[in-house]
Design a protein around this ligand. Structure first.
Ligand SMILES: NC(=O)c1ccc[n+]([C@@H]2O[C@H](COP(=O)([O-])OP(=O)(O)OC[C@H]3O[C@@H](n4cnc5c(N)ncnc54)[C@H](OP(=O)(O)O)[C@@H]3O)[C@@H](O)[C@H]2O)c1
Length: 283
């Protein structure tokens, strides 16, 4: 890795963002971490923590001053403005947290592609990191596992390739600090195809307990997951149901971990490793 100027990490309190901060610090980079709530962010003392909100680009001016490289958490509504401000502030390299569904006709509900386009149309050197499903989505089931040793979800036969957030972050950090990543798109999942039922067994093994898996019907899923305060409205639930339904028994269609292995020069972390790293969350 080369010596870099200051690196701004947006989304720094996120599941991936925190790991990006940690990885950059481990590599000896000067890190500035963006959050809307510095008081409660719990970021490492070695990072310079600054307040700012990606939904309010004007608030980002202090965070961008003196920054050379930037990790961008995707917020499509303001991406164009944020990227223009970054360019003006002197940022030269940007690594975008995108998603494997970027640009797919049906599926890019999160709006990854508009963020990528805003970056492509800038003069910045860019790399897009497009992970598939995060292993960390399992943390949504942690309360049920802790309290009742139970997981309730639809399509338990859906096949996934859960990806460890630390691998996503290490790929992003490599692209931020290393050479040869400009104009590259890294699309990847975890190293193994696993049904949700198989994943449940692996989490159970990590905590030494059996996890009961209850398959919800689509109607029950809407009843249990609808929560407007968390943005899980019925349209999002329908989208997830389509996504999970389309991968029941479907092997060989999700991106594998080859890009992680190419960039990091080692195998991707397994889901068993993720479950062991997070065992305390489920005990
Ligand atoms: N879950 C998956 O399977 C999956 C797969 C592929 C891609 N993705 C994408 O990955 C991203 C999530 O990454 P992550 O897990 O690292 O992050 P995260 O845990 O969702 O949180 C990122 C942080 O960014 C800040 N933030 C979030 N929304 C913001 C907004 N609209 N404006 C300003 N700041 C905002 C928040 O920090 P503060 O409150 O501290 O400001 C938050 O803690 C999402 O874009 C998601 O679509 C997810």
């Amino acid at each position: 890795m080369t010596a870099a100027g200051r690196v701004l990490v947006t989304g720094a309190t996120g599941r991936v963002g925190r790991e990006v901060v940690a990885e950059l610090l481990r590599a000896g980079a000067r890190v500035r971490a963006l959050t809307r709530s510095p008081g409660t962010a719990g970021l490492p003392a070695a990072a310079e923590v600054v307040r700012g909100d990606l939904e309010d680009p004007a608030s980002l001016a202090p965070a961008l001053a003196g920054v050379e490289r930037m990790y961008l958490f995707p917020v499509p509504e303001t991406a164009r403005e944020v990227v223009a401000m970054a360019e003006q502030a002197g940022v030269r390299r940007i690594v975008v947290l995108s998603g494997a569904l970027a640009g797919q006709e049906e599926g890019d509900e999160a709006g990854y592609r508009p963020v990528e386009i805003a970056v492509e149309e800038s003069a910045l050197d860019w790399t897009f990191v497009r992970p598939g499903e995060f292993a960390a989505n399992w943390l949504d089931h942690a309360p049920g596992v802790r309290d009742r040793r139970e997981v309730r979800r639809p399509f338990t036969g859906a096949v996934g390739r859960p990806t460890h957030e630390a691998d996503i972050a290490e790929v992003a950090a490599a692209a931020l600090l290393g050479n040869g990543h400009t104009g590259r798109i890294y699309t990847f999942g975890g190293p193994q195809e696993l049904t949700f039922a198989e994943q449940a067994r692996i989490v159970g093994d990590a905590i030494g307990a059996e996890i009961r898996l209850l398959e919800l019907t689509p109607e029950q899923t809407h009843e249990e997951w609808y929560a407007p305060e968390h943005g899980v409205d019925h349209a999002v639930i329908d989208w997830l149901l389509d996504l999970y339904g389309s991968t029941v028994g479907a092997r060989g269609i999700l991106p594998d971990a080859a890009d992680v292995e190419r960039v990091l020069g080692r195998p991707a972390r397994t889901f068993a490793r993720w479950a062991s790293d997070h065992a305390e969350d489920f005990r």
